[in-house]
Design a protein around this ligand. Structure first.
Ligand code: G6P
Ligand code: ZN
Length: 544
């Protein structure tokens, strides 16, 4: 074995964000940059020797090169076995599934999620722990600390591995197994959902669906599961071949970036069901014919209908949502007599609740939904969940959603993003809001009386860890809310997110346009945070 120890010096910018370390490809291509971060990650798992590691990515530019480097470093760092998805591919939820199934000590997922890919675009490295979930803050802090004192890394000198053949190869003392990227995950889906009934829905009537993989990682999964196993007509899954640059697109399943799907679903003779997933397959957007389901409604509806899905037929333990996600799920939880947990943004915060069996279904406004089947949000799982509900209820997506509103009331909800603003302006905006928090309760903003205002702080009910400064909330007496946060996933400047929510119990008012229903809150948000004045933007970049 030819293990080399290479001297290196720290990079000061290796602090993982909401979801791992994300940088532009050229940053990762600097000598030692990737190596440092991988060694820092390995150093933070001293118990790695003799263990199994899972490795794969969303296929974006630099995926294959990074995998070769990481394999050689894993071999030099004492792992006994690494499972790699064929072609270097593993969707984020599939990686989580594989980590759990093969009892790996963890996994490295190469992805920048929904951010564009290509030589000048984004790349990312995320470490998931043995439960299959994103490393919690104490682990990411340890990785960062290691990255700040690193002085050397270990790497095996060896030939590159053939990633395209499903074989076992010896790399030093480590076995590399190239595994089919889809099989384990598809098996898990089959154990949860009523494939027979979904198959009937897709084959016996006039039902049509369109799944847009956005040239990203879910293509092979959706082809194998939706078309091959469930019998959807060939061509139901579009843009199904993962491309290194996602075809030049922005693989984010929302109304702005998944525009072709949106055009199909809002055009003439639309399919009954439309869905898309993101770069690494953990996000989802769900649409009916000329109808958009907000992610916040989606998680509430899934929870309310969970009994229709075999994997959840015995009931769910509880629900969790991230703080900025609308309170629609809280209403379902209350009606079902379940606890509803409010966590900071970031899937990692659901991990402890899922591990402790406190919740079964989780969701975020950022187009993420998932359950205790893995420890990541799961785009295709959400799509299959909806198809299972549709197959059982034999109603349209729109009927199911509007019926849900009639039962629970409607939480009008929208997120306004201001992307690429200067970091100092964004910080200034947040700081001046923070400075005013104490004076807001009891005052009136527009026609709304402020009930509370704070900077969200979360105490994990399982391990007691505290996460502060997770977003500024202004709650009103009538149940409406405005939340301000800076994104933790961007790679350029800052992104201000403004989350707006109001509640309407009266079904006669449920079909208002969302932006119109929220207009007064939108005006209040601008006034209280001085968005236009500070950012010099007169409108958001993206509205979801
Ligand atoms: C990733 C995380 C999610 C999070 C989302 C938005 O997808 O996995 O848990 O909700 O990013 O994060 P951001 O900080 O950009 O709002
Ligand atoms: Zn993602």
């Amino acid at each position: 074995m030819d293990i080399k120890t290479i001297s290196t010096t720290p990079f000061d910018d290796q602090k993982p964000g909401t979801s791992g370390l994300r940088k532009k490809v050229p940053v990762f291509q600097q000598p030692n940059y990737l190596e440092n971060f991988i060694q820092a990650t390995f150093n933070s798992i001293p118990e790695r020797v003799g263990q199994t590691l899972v490795l794969g990515g969303d296929g974006r530019y630099y995926n294959r090169e990074a995998i070769q480097i990481i394999l050689k470093m894993a071999a030099a760092n004492g792992f006994a076995r690494t499972l790699v998805g064929q072609g270097g591919i593993l969707s984020t939820p599939a990686a989580s599934c594989v980590i759990r199934k093969y009892k790996a000590i963890g996994g490295i997922i190469l992805s920048a999620s929904h951010n564009p890919g290509g030589p000048k675009e984004d790349f990312g490295v995320k470490f998931n722990t043995s439960n299959g979930g994103p490393a919690p803050e104490k682990v990411t802090s340890a990785i960062f600390a290691e990255s700040q004192r690193i002085s050397e890394y270990q790497i095996l000198e060896a030939e590159d591995i053939d990633l395209d053949k499903q074989t076992k190869t010896q790399l030093g003392n480590m076995t590399v197994e190239v595994i089919d990227a889809v099989t384990d995950y598809a098996g898990l889906m089959e154990s949860i959902f009523d494939f027979g009934r979904i198959n009937q829905l897709l084959t016996s009537g006039t039902f049509r669906l369109s799944f847009d993989a956005l040239h990203a990682v879910t293509g092979p999964y959706a082809k194998a599961i939706i078309e091959q196993r469930l019998g959807a007509k060939p061509g139901s899954v579009v843009n199904a071949i993962p491309l290194e640059d996602f075809g030049g697109g922005h693989p984010d399943p929302n109304l702005v970036y998944a525009h072709d799907l949106v055009e199909t679903m809002f055009g003439d003779n639309p399919p009954d069901f439309g869905a898309a997933s993101d770069g690494d397959g953990d996000r989802n957007m769900v649409l009916g014919s000329k109808f958009f389901v907000t992610p916040s409604d989606s998680v509430a509806i899934m929870a309310a209908n969970a009994k229709l899905v075999p994997g959840y037929a015995n009931g769910i333990a509880g629900i969790a949502r991230s703080m900025p996600t609308s309170q629609a799920a809280d209403r379902v939880a209350a009606a079902m007599g379940l606890d509803c947990y409010e966590t900071p943004t970031g899937w990692k915060f659901f991990g402890n609740l899922l591990d402790a069996g406190k919740v079964t279904i989780c969701g975020e406004e950022s187009f993420g939904t998932g359950s205790d089947h893995v420890r990541e949000k799961d785009g295709l799982w959400a799509v299959l969940f909806w198809l299972n509900i549709l197959a059982v209820r034999q109603e349209s997506v729109e009927q199911i959603v509007t019926e849900h509103w009639r039962t629970y009331g409607r939480n009008f909800y929208s997120r306004h993003d201001y992307e690429g603003i200067a970091s100092d302006k964004a910080n200034q905006l947040m700081q001046q809001l923070r400075d005013r928090l104490g004076s807001l309760p009891g005052s009136k903003l527009g026609n709304h009386q402020v009930k509370y205002s704070d900077d969200f702080s979360y105490t994990d009910p399982v391990d007691g860890s505290i996460s502060k400064k997770q977003g500024i909330r202004i709650g009103f007496e009538d149940g409406s809310r405005i939340v301000f946060r800076l994104s933790g996933t961007g790679t350029q400047g800052a992104t201000l997110r403004v989350y707006l929510e109001s509640f309407e119990a009266d079904p006669a008012k449920h079909d208002q346009d969302t932006q119109a229903a929220l207009a007064d809150l939108i005006a209040i948000a601008d006034q209280v945070a001085q968005i236009q004045a500070i950012t010099e933007r007169d409108q958001p970049t993206v509205i979801t």
